[in-house]
Design a protein around this ligand. Structure first.
Ligand code: ZN
Length: 185
């Protein structure tokens, strides 16, 4: 396993539309190695999610966390060729998002709160499930990466875009109902 280098804002790999993965190759050695390396990289950076283009692989694969399993342990999902359907366009959840590819900065982004997701998992099985709240936000942030979109593109009020330290001092991070505002995706 390897810790991979994370591409940062300005690298063109973060701005391209990623290719779909042939489902037959998911259980093959290349994709399995990429998944393992992405888990290790995300762990090393304390990320709550990671998209393949962030490690210079322009393919439609993300890891998304922000959830717990029934035993209270962090649950991370591997999603390949994910497709998101917004279940309620009116209900939106805002939070200060960060990104491993935009280190040291965070900004206020609002996204749909409830989504349904179709994707292959790491075993090549098709899955469909619904998510709401923080894990839904994480997953949308990660899937945006697959289309070359970064959270900075979704900030509407640039007065709510700041370095971590200034954000902690001057912005109302505590005003969020979630306590994951430090999460890096
Ligand atoms: Zn990100």
């Amino acid at each position: 396993m390897s810790i991979l280098k994370v591409a940062r804002l300005g690298h063109p790999v973060l701005r391209q539309k990623c290719h779909s993965i042939d489902p037959k190759t998911i259980t093959g050695p290349d994709i399995q190695r990429l998944i393992r390396d992405m888990f290790q990289t995300m762990g090393d950076y304390n990320g709550v999610g990671l998209a393949a283009p962030q490690v210079h692989q322009p393919v439609r694969l993300v890891i998304a966390g922000g959830q717990e399993d029934e035993d209270g342990r962090p649950l991370f999902r591997v999603l390949i060729n994910p497709e998101i359907t917004v279940l309620n366009e009116k209900e939106r959840l805002g939070m200060y998002e960060g990104c491993l590819s935009v280190p040291g900065l965070r900004g206020w982004v609002e996204r749909p709160d409830t989504i349904s997701v179709k994707a292959y998992n790491e075993k090549g099985q098709k899955q469909e499930f619904a998510l709401e709240g923080f894990p839904a936000v994480v997953l949308q942030h990660e899937c945006d990466h697959l289309d070359g979109i970064l959270f900075v593109d979704r900030i509407e009020d640039m007065t709510r875009f700041a370095f971590d330290e200034e954000a902690a001092r001057y912005l109302d991070l505590a005003g969020e109902e979630d306590n994951e505002e430090e999460a890096e995706e």
